[in-house]
Design a binder for this molecule. Structure first.
Ligand SMILES: NC(=O)c1ccc[n+]([C@@H]2O[C@H](COP(=O)([O-])OP(=O)(O)OC[C@H]3O[C@@H](n4cnc5c(N)ncnc54)[C@H](OP(=O)(O)O)[C@@H]3O)[C@@H](O)[C@H]2O)c1
Length: 335
């Protein structure tokens, strides 16, 4: 069950002057975290995304590490497609290891940026994010390094992931920030308290990552779901059998709205985010054409006030069980 294909993908503007498709494409899962990868299928997904009018691809140097940027670089070279690329630096990982550290220093940033430019095969990165903020380093220093890269034409826009409202204000005072990227979905709404209001006050766009709750909100991972080897979700508290059983109630609410409307739970989850404001751009991730098409079509779904009220009321009474990251992962958020 799925709404018709959209005739034209709508556009949204991040910050003062960065127009992108209203729905972007998260490319992380094409390399790791969510089960095995298949480059041929991923290339087909990237091609189909362009056909559907999606012109905003999200990657990071640490996805793979490096495999994801290399894949996108190959796609850009082979297809000649003109797509806006957002990538990230700041999480330092060795290939084959999950252990990580954070480095936001100007030297590291410059080295990382040169590597990303080379792998992507572009002269300029459209949106360059700090992937995680190094708490010990003044954000002003990091922003000065990013401003220098922008001045040199290596990056066009600056973004920050998982930043606190206070750090965001300090960063924006040094150089305008175009977008904040943080987890935001029906089961992760922390940003509504301080971060989204700060973005709105400062005119900064908001990119919602894991908008489908890493797949949970689509109904694919109810209690008892097993993951393939190496699937990172097996380590996440919200996906533990007990917590997933509790959190299934939220999926049932979403499914109820979807069934009444004749669309899918994934589309309701995306339409809900899109209705939260024109400054929000969800970047659902997939490595399958079927899901990509379904997600793109969500840009044409407008939830009625009644549907939104029903959804909000129903979920207000449901507590989400489990943190969104492990204890170690939670140390990196809201920095
Ligand atoms: N800044 C950060 O720290 C950060 C952190 C996490 C993610 N991100 C970015 O955000 C992007 C999106 O987040 P995400 O990939 O973590 O989570 P997500 O978009 O919430 O969910 C992705 C999962 O949902 C599944 N899926 C997608 N569409 C579906 C549909 N219509 N029906 C059923 N299942 C569907 C995918 O399946 P398949 O894998 O089978 O296609 C995948 O397992 C990432 O790709 C990445 O670029 C950024």
């Amino acid at each position: 069950m799925q709404q018709r294909m959209l005739e034209q993908m709508p556009e949204r503007v991040l910050g003062a002057d960065f127009p992108v498709s209203a729905i972007g494409l998260g490319c992380m899962g094409m390399s790791e975290f969510y089960g095995p990868r298949d480059d041929a299928e991923s290339m087909a997904v990237l091609r189909r995304a362009v056909d559907l009018g999606i012109d905003f691809f999200d990657t990071a140097d640490m996805y793979g590490p490096h495999h994801n940027e290399e894949l996108i670089g190959r796609f850009l070279k082979d297809s000649g497609a003109r797509v806006k690329i957002a990538t990230k630096f700041g999480i330092v990982r060795k290939p084959g290891e999950y252990a990580r550290s954070i480095d936001n220093s100007a030297d590291y940033m410059r080295w990382a940026c040169e590597g990303s430019l080379k792998r992507l095969g572009v002269e300029r990165i459209d949106l360059y994010y700090v992937h995680r903020i190094e708490r010990e380093r003044p954000i002003e220093e990091t922003m000065q390094g990013l401003a220098a890269l922008k001045q040199e034409g290596k990056i066009a826009h600056i973004g920050l992931c998982e930043v606190s409202a206070e750090t965001l204000r300090r960063a924006h005072a040094v150089h305008p920030v175009t977008a904040v990227q943080t987890e935001y979905s029906l089961w992760t709404r922390d940003v509504e308290a301080e971060i989204l209001p700060a973005c709105r006050e400062l005119g900064i766009g908001f990119v919602a990552y894991s908008p489908l709750g890493r797949g949970f909100l689509t109904g694919r991972f109810q209690a008892g779901a097993s993951f393939e080897d190496g699937d990172f979700r097996a380590s996440l508290p919200r996906f533990s059998p007990d917590n997933a059983a509790t959190n299934g109630a939220l999926v049932e609410v979403v499914r109820g709205i979807a069934d009444a409307r004749g669309c899918t739970p994934a589309q309701v989850a995306l339409a809900w985010l899109l209705a939260k404001g024109n400054d929000i751009v969800p970047i659902p991730g997939t490595k399958r054409i079927k899901y990509l098409e379904e997600n793109a079509a969500a840009a044409g779904i407008r939830l009625s006030d009644e549907e939104r009220t029903t959804l909000e009321h129903a979920i207000a009474g449901l507590a989400v069980a489990g943190e969104r990251y492990t204890a170690e992962g939670m140390k990196g958020v809201n920095a």
